[in-house]
Every structure is written in C-alpha cells, then in structure tokens.
Ligand binder design. Sequence first.
Ligand code: HEM
Length: 135
Amino acid sequence: MLATATARTAPETPFDRLGGHATFEAICERFYDLMDSDPAYWELRAMHAADLAPMRKSLPLFLAGWAGGPRDWFEQNLGKCMMSAHKPYVISKAVAGQWAEAMRRAVADVAPEPAELAEAMGKVLGELATGMGKD
Ligand code: HEM
C-alpha cells in the first residue's frame, strides 16, 4: 500500500502577501512621482535620467525578485549586484536619506496590506539605501 503524501503548500512570499506585481508597481510609481515632484528630493532626482520611465519598469521588477517573487530582473541582469551597480554614483548620506524617506513615504501612501509587512519592507529598504550613503 502506498503511503499518502501529506499535502504541503509552499509558504507565501512577501511578494505574494503584499499583493504581487500590482503593489510593487504602485509603490514604485508613487516613489518616482514623489522624487519628481517634491523639492526635498531634487538632488536625488538630478542624479537620475530625465526620463524616469525605464526606472519605473526596472525598480518594481527588482523589488519583486528581492521580495521572493518572479526573478525577471535578476535573469535579465545576470550577476549584477545592486551595490556594485551604484558604485559609479557618489551617494552622500543626505541623498541616501532622500531615497530612504521617499521609499518609506511611497510604501505608506500606497498602504499595502498586511501593514506590518509593508512597514517592515519600507524600513529595510530605507536601511539599504542609508547603507549606500557615504560622508
Ligand atoms: C541610496 C540612494 C540611491 C541612489 C542615489 C540611487 C541612484 C540610482 C541611479 C542614479 C540610478 C540610475 C537611474 C537612471 O539611469 O535614471 C539607479 C538605478 C537603480 N537603482 Fe538606485 N539608488 C539608490 C538606492 C537604491 C536602492 C536602495 C535600491 C534597491 C533596493 C536601488 C535600486 C536600483 C535599481 C534596480 C536600478 C536600476 C538598475 C538597472 O536596472 O540597471 N537603488 N539608482
């Protein structure tokens, strides 16, 4: 007699729990809208290309893979390390703080559920950005 395997489902990833691509796209849209419109982020904005459309596509895909979702960005950018990709830029602590704050605001404004997870994500991304800043 064959033993019946216990059905197990893979644990849901943060990507799934936050609402998938739609949520990550909405957060990044808000992030770049804030960067583009709030004078508090002019320095950060000035470092980016005039056309933010490529970043509006790239960042949500990166974050999706980072949060355990589809890894399209990582497959399209094999071997690319986020820290090394930012090496060409001189990122001051002030600019890193602008990235961190805009991202925390974007997550809070889009208010994905579960709020606890969304807040944790905003916090961790903020810390990542802060870690890229140098005096
Ligand atoms: C600390 C402050 C940061 C600054 C000043 C910064 C700046 C930049 C700039 C100037 C670009 C190129 C954009 C363009 O060509 O228009 C870029 C690309 C990118 N950044 Fe950042 N960044 C920061 C933090 C982060 C963080 C924390 C993440 C991820 C969690 C991130 C993810 C990306 C991605 C995915 C790209 C596109 C890379 C690609 O697809 O080739 N950045 N960043």
